[in-house]
Design a protein. Structure first.
Ligand code: SAH
Length: 231
């Protein structure tokens, strides 16, 4: 079973959208599990304070290191990787999703306000993950993105391994266009080659479509793809 522990001020958000459809079924079947730890439960004072002003001035509040560290120490086990969702982190991608899908348990810390005290990151060996170059109000939605990307890679969750291997970002290429019934819709037919039944030809067509769309839309991926091809 793959498991994820999420540290948050809003545990009620989880599993949220991850409880629907195939992910929900996989959750019931215990193919994966999620535990939401409420950081506030580890605050010591009677007001359950979790944040405070930043030293050196500036607007906004930071999560206190003592409260956050206590929640981590009381809930994680030795050897488990701990990640903080953070705009300063390493950019999350399909490769990282694959890497995380191979861990037994991962821990995700959701920041709020201005973020968290830097000292916890160092003292607890926390790795930082960013889901993109924009600022969210909290790490919860980012966590859901990360978990979603990992879940579809777990064996037995989606059931169809083929569909995963041909998706965007596999082999550094974006996906080719896809079509379903009706064969003619609003006077437009689907590409002839897909009706030919010639699997080799279809494969070639799809690859050339993938190459074309990647070259036009994502020069960064295209460069990687060309490099890979030469190896
Ligand atoms: N002051 C911080 C931003 C804080 S945003 C900075 O400038 O870097 C509040 C919280 O939202 C963060 O602690 C983080 O957990 C989450 N967050 C915001 N943007 C994110 C992103 N792009 N990726 C992952 N987490 C993000």
């Amino acid at each position: 079973m793959w498991s994820v522990r999420v540290f948050t001020l809003y545990p009620e958000i989880f599993p949220g959208p991850l409880s629907k459809g195939l992910y929900g079924k996989a959750l019931e079947k215990k193919i994966w599990s999620l535990e939401a730890v409420n950081i506030r439960d580890f605050a010591d004072d009677k007001h359950k304070t979790v944040d405070d002003k930043t030293f050196g001035g500036g607007s906004g509040m930071l999560l206190r290191p003592d409260v956050l560290a206590k929640s981590i120490d009381k809930n994680t086990n030795k050897g488990e990787r701990i990640f903080y969702l953070s705009p300063k982190g390493k950019k999350f991608d399909q490769r990282m999703a694959k890497e995380l899908s191979k861990e037994k348990t991962i821990n995700l810390i959701c920041g709020h306000f201005e973020g968290i005290d830097e000292r916890v990151i160092d003292s607890r060996g926390i790795e930082e993950i960013s889901i993109g170059d924009y600022i969210l109000s909290g790490g919860e939605t980012a966590s859901i993105v990360v978990i979603d990307a990992v879940l579809r890679l777990l064996p037995k969750v989606l059931g169809n391994d083929m569909s995963k291997n041909e998706e965007s970002f596999e082999n550094e290429l974006l996906e080719y266009p896809q079509y379903t019934k009706p064969q003619i819709w609003e006077k437009k037919s689907v590409p002839e080659v897909l009706l030919s039944g010639d699997h080799a030809k279809i494969k070639d067509w799809r690859l050339s479509q993938s190459e074309d769309i990647t070259r036009r839309r994502r020069p960064d991926l295209w460069k990687k793809y060309l490099k890979k091809d030469k190896k």
